[in-house]
Each structure stands twice: as structure tokens, then as C-alpha cells.
Design a protein around this ligand. Sequence first.
Ligand code: HSE
Length: 306
Amino acid sequence: MKNVRLKVPATVANLVCGFDILGMAIHEPYDEMELKLLETPEVIIRHTDGFGLPEEPSGNVAGVVLLKIMEHLNLKNGFELIINKRIKPGSGLGSSAASAAGAAVGANELLGNIFTREELVYFAMFGEELASGVKHADNIAPCIYGGITLVKSSDPVDIIPLNAPDLFVTAVHPQIEVKTSDARQILKNKILLKDAIEQWGNIAGLVAGIQKNDSGLIGRSLKDVIIEPVRSILIPKFNEIKEKSMEAGALGGGISGSGPSLFMLSETEKISKDIAEIMQTVYNETGIDSLVYVSKINPSGITVID
Ligand code: HSE
């Protein structure tokens, strides 16, 4: 039977001010997934990564996506899926989205590319719903489309692919776990009009900056007056890392997705590497292990290896 192997990248959701609507694919870290089409309508999942994630299909983020696709098509075939997860669960780097999006893209490849990218986002959101309790596409969309994406609407799915500016991304993952569901629960349900005005000015400025390749405008727009003040308390050394990164020349940055990872954008490789060193030094001094990734914005998203 047919099989397909995929490289599925990490993603940075929100891009500071665009809670649940903006996201960006990066090159490192990434998951490896291998899917096989089965002659029987069942889903078999095996993780080779040792994270202890559930392998029972209805309790697995990738599994629910495959089951949904089978149900939608009334499929007589099934799927076997082997996942080598290198994006740590609970890192804020789109680990669950990678599983969900990889499952949708892999199944589509095996079925002869019958779905549009927006349909793939639709199916993958069932995985995000299992992981966090809410269907959101801000990690899934850049994982599938590559580059930076705007989720204009998730119901109905309306994704706007944006430019992928020639910038460097430094991401640090302090080795503590923040569950997306917990990081969503602490948010306020109501916001002040004055905060909303500032936030939508920043979102519009960020999208304009991305489209115009205007680094200065991107930097000025990477500000969040709604989510960051609440969530940053969950992340050790958040303010120190941000301040030191800005001093080192970062354009801006903040929490990656729901945390605990942080990311910074910069214009040169040198600055992005200096920032990586700053991030690790701060966490070393605090006695918190951390993983740091430096990469460019990933313009392609999920790639089929063979
Ligand atoms: N937009 C989501 C959040 C991303 O910030 O909760 C995390 O999956």
C-alpha cells in the first residue's frame, strides 16, 4: 500500500498582538511523520518519541483528524501513522497543531490530493479542539500554508497567506510545561475599548509591515496590551529576556503561542544568535534548562519527503 513521509514544522502562533489569528512557520524544531494507507477502515498510531502521548486514535490529536476524514468520506480504507515528535508537547511551538496538520496533509497525499488547503485546516482543527478544548487555526494554518498566515475566520475557514519577510526567528523553550487550556482559562473574557483600539492598531500595523517588508513597522507593531500582561506571569524571566533581546537589536517579540516559549524577530543572523545566547544565559543563571532554536521564517510549511 502507498505511504508518505512528512517533515512538519513548529509554528509561532499569535505573533504577539494577533491572538488566535496570526501565526508563522519556522524551520526548527520539526516533527517527522509517516503515514500508510490501510485496506481496512481503522487507524493505528505509534509514537517513537517517548513523550508518552496517547496512541488510542480517539484520544490522539492526529488520530481524531484521521477519523474525521474517514467519516467525512465514508472511507473503506484506514491509516497507519508513525510519529516522531521533536516539537515538545506543551512548548508553545505548535506541537499539537503539527500532529493535526501533518495527519490531514498526509492523508490528503495518500488519497490523491482531494482536499483544498482550507479543507485541510478544517479537519486539522478537530485535533486542536482535542488538545486545547477550542478549535483555533493560528498554528495549523502556517503549518499547512508555510510563511505567515492570517486566520480571517475559522468558521467558515478563511485563511489569508501573507508575505514571509526575510527575517530571523530566535525561539527559546524553558523546560517547564504550560498547558494551552490553562493559559486560555486565565484570560479575561472582556476587554476595554481603549485596549481594543490599541490592539487592532498593532494588528493592522503588523499585517501592513509584513506585506510591505517594513521591519521598522513590524517592530513597532509587536505589542500586546491584552494577552501578554496576563500570560507573562506564567513565564519565568519574561521581562528580562525581552528587555535584553531588544537591547541586542531585536525588532520585537513575545510569548510564542500560549507559552512557555518566547520568540524574537531580528534582521540579521548575528543578532538572532546573540539573542539565543542571551536567552540561554538568563535561563542558565536561573537554573532552568532551555532549548534554543534559530531559524528563518519557513516559507513552505509541511513538506513531503517522499
Ligand atoms: N492562539 C492560541 C493561544 C495558540 O494563544 O491560546 C496556542 O495553541
